[in-house]
Design a protein around this ligand. Structure first.
Ligand code: ZN
Ligand code: ZN
Length: 94
């Protein structure tokens, strides 16, 4: 698993730093994971290509119910979605 932002392989130190730098994103991903485990949120295939290995992409941000408003994207299309967005205005959303 590699971080999309810095391309480093993820390790404990890196994960800790990521959490510290993005508490809102971390909390959002944590809540999504909890919802998936609880069966309240269904993990789907990549919305673009149907790949089964997917990330939760927060298309509408991390506030309130938008936390659960996720688009499932494979690593490739997830990174493409962020590239497209950073060319617009928002940066750093997950
Ligand atoms: Zn895909
Ligand atoms: Zn994303």
């Amino acid at each position: 698993m590699r971080c999309l932002t810095c391309k480093r392989a993820t390790n404990q130190e890196h994960t800790t730093r990521w959490r510290a730098a993005r508490p809102v994103q971390y909390r959002a991903h944590y809540r999504v994971q909890a919802a998936v485990v609880a069966g309240r949120l269904l993990v789907g295939p990549c919305a673009e290509c149907g790949a089964e290995k997917v990330h939760a992409h927060h298309a509408n941000g991390y506030e309130g119910d938008a936390v659960f408003d996720v688009v499932w994207l494979c690593p490739k299309h997830h990174s493409a979605a962020h590239k497209a967005r950073s060319e617009a205005t928002e940066k750093g959303a997950g």
